[in-house]
Design a binder for this molecule. Structure first.
Ligand SMILES: [Zn+2]
Ligand SMILES: [Zn+2]
Length: 143
């Protein structure tokens, strides 16, 4: 497994992904739309305890309770505002921004979440597995 580096727009936050992804998802939920400023957030999911390492400064964070009732701490650069990752401790999950990875060939989403909340004009890729609302997560996240 190769280490994958990622960073924010200005480079104040630099991180490394140290695990293979549990999933690669485009999430169309409202929260993800607002933080990403787009129709979806590209989520590269890895284990929180061992999958991601911050190599730089401390990101800012904002804690929300998601639709599923779980705590989701969304991390972003305090200087340029880029989303870098989110932490969901209940699932031992770090939801890394797939678009923040330096080598963009690493992020290959295969699943759509919360397509019910996608804008009407949005084109959903029918080749991908799509879920109307609730995400279905892999429960076995051991490496
Ligand atoms: Zn930045
Ligand atoms: Zn979402």
């Amino acid at each position: 497994m190769t280490m994958k580096k990622g960073k924010c727009l200005c480079g104040y936050i630099v991180f490394e992904v140290q695990a293979n992804p549990i999933y690669m998802v485009n999430c169309f939920c409202r929260d993800c739309q607002i933080v990403s400023g787009s129709q979806f957030y590209g989520a590269y999911g890895v284990t929180l305890n061992s999958g991601i390492k911050n190599l730089s400064n401390e990101p800012s964070s904002y804690k929300v309770i998601s639709d599923s009732g779980r705590e989701n701490t969304r991390k972003f650069c305090p200087k340029c505002g880029s989303r870098v990752w989110a932490e969901i401790p209940d699932l031992n999950l770090a939801s890394v921004s797939g678009f923040a990875l330096e080598d963009r060939s690493h992020f290959k989403p295969t699943i759509n979440y919360h397509i019910k909340q996608a804008p009407k004009w949005c084109l959903i890729d029918k080749k991908m597995t799509s879920y109307e609302e609730q995400e279905v997560l892999a429960t076995d996240q051991s490496d």
